[in-house]
Design a protein around this ligand. Structure first.
Ligand code: 6PG
Length: 223
């Protein structure tokens, strides 16, 4: 793991968007199609605003979420809505979205069909992850009902997740799929999350799920 500090959030977002565009470009030298996986939440919006303008052959990029809240895609809580509005726009409108949500009461009703669309596009070429102050990443929450299953070496691609720290049911890529990404970036902002990240280094992945995805990752932090 490599920890990179920036003077402020604006500089982090511009620099990281450039790095991700460079990583995608490099990956496209070896592969016809590449997969970019990104988180939702409140942190990455400004990065998406930069990345969507990158001069890339976006028509060869599959974009997917690392995790989704089980809400309709027109909800303000929907990560799909966020990336449709902030990432899959401008030049990046040519990219293909691999959905992590389909209209159904529960994720279990549609997981096989969602997994069938994702499986052929793995491994993830470029991964961006966020982290919560409780040390969760994607929807791998401490105390979640299926955390052990999602951390297992033989975990399925997708795991439904219900957790005390999450408002709604989630679906998440499992740790092995996230950790198997060829390039990994983690974006963390603010002092509270930095302290949490440091604390995570002394805990297990069950206590601090971010630990499951750190090998070889670049961790980007700004105050
Ligand atoms: O759906 C989500 O919430 C995300 O995918 C999640 O894993 C996020 O990256 C962290 O919770 C950090 O969230 P913030 O950026 O909002 O702090």
């Amino acid at each position: 793991m490599n920890f990179i500090e920036y003077p402020d959030v604006d500089m982090l977002m511009i620099d990281l968007a450039n790095k991700i565009a460079g990583d995608l470009n490099a990956a496209l030298h070896h592969e016809d199609r590449v997969c970019l996986a990104v988180p939702g939440g409140t942190t990455p919006g400004p990065l998406f605003d930069d990345l969507c303008a990158a001069d890339l052959p976006w028509e060869n990029v599959d974009v997917m979420l690392t995790d989704e809240r089980w809400v309709p895609t027109d909800s303000d809580r929907s990560n799909t809505k966020l990336i449709r509005e902030r990432l899959l726009t401008n030049r990046a409108a040519a990219a293909r979205l691999l959905p992590l949500y389909a209209p159904a009461d529960q994720p279990e009703d549609v997981l096989p069909e969602l997994e069938a669309m994702i499986a052929p596009e793995l491994p993830i070429a470029v991964l961006l992850l966020g982290m919560g102050a409780d040390m969760h990443t994607a929807s791998l929450f401490p105390g979640a009902d299926k955390l052990s299953e999602a951390l297992a070496p033989d975990a399925p691609i997708l795991v439904p997740m219900r957790a005390p720290g999450a408002l709604e049911t989630r679906v998440t890529l499992s740790a092995r799929v996230l950790d198997g990404a060829l390039r990994k970036h983690i974006v963390i902002t603010g002092f509270e999350k930095r302290e949490a990240f440091e604390k995570a280094q002394r805990l297990s992945a069950l206590e601090a799920p971010i630990r499951a995805v750190l090998t070889g990752a670049d961790v980007h932090w700004a105050p």
